[in-house]
Design a protein around this ligand. Sequence first.
Ligand code: CO
Length: 311
Amino acid sequence: MGSPLRFMWAGRVEAVAMAEGSEVRKLDEVLPSRETIEGAGVHLRRAFGYHQVPRLDPYLLLDDFRSENPADFVAGFPWHPHRGIETVTYMLDGFVEHEDSIGNRGVLGSGDVQWMTSGSGIIHQEMPKPREDRMGGLQLWVNLPSSHKMMDPRYQEIRDAKIPQVDVAKGVRAKVIAGEVAGVQGPVRDIVVQPEYLDVSLEPHTTLEHAIPRGHTAFAYVLEGRGRFDADSGETIDSENLVIFEDGDRVRMEAHSAPLRFLLISGKPIREPVAWWGPIVMNSRHELEHAIEEFQTGTFIKHGKSRGIPT
Ligand code: CO
């Protein structure tokens, strides 16, 4: 991925006076996702990325690569390295074939999740396998704190059938990938930023209230339909928009005449400097240069025997 070299310090986060009782988070900002081109020429929509750092800390990027046009995605994401982050792929339609340079290989289908912790480094490719016209999903990048950037790489690959769907109320359903809803815990565990990752569907005229720890960053990304994410503002948010919440104890989402489907994601901010070059995210420019040099000289992979990149 071709983002330019960038180095910046995470902004200071102001201490927020603790209110008595439980406070519903207000809508802070709505950002429309933007068309962009990634990998070997995949047309996708970016909800947030490089230019929003450190706004969504501990999250770095969210790409929406849903499409009904095979020309948008057939080029895929050929061999590239990752270090210092986690990439989370959630498929909604079609298939993506995944392969890495230490011998892991698999196919993600509709509803499956791959939570890939690159840690010290992997080199992989992610290639869409269109069997129908529709294909797509979401990819989220999760930052790792300095203490975990060089950890051993790890995969948590979860099939759709193993991800619990919770009927919270009539017409309110949450697929729990990570975190907890109504006492049901998602299958992705032991992630350092304490993420919650939910795929929520609301039928018309239903509401979901959900607790999120105070101090955690929280956002929603609208997948289908439209709805309200802040009872006070009354603003209706359409699909392909990102909703960033202010701090508080819980969030409240409402579907009116139309159904609403969205991702609800939260996590504990890392509050460290971010040095970002393409698919590698470290804390300092020096660490970035070191990583690039190791990639160029073939010493990038620290864990597992590199089989090299097939050509
Ligand atoms: Co990748």
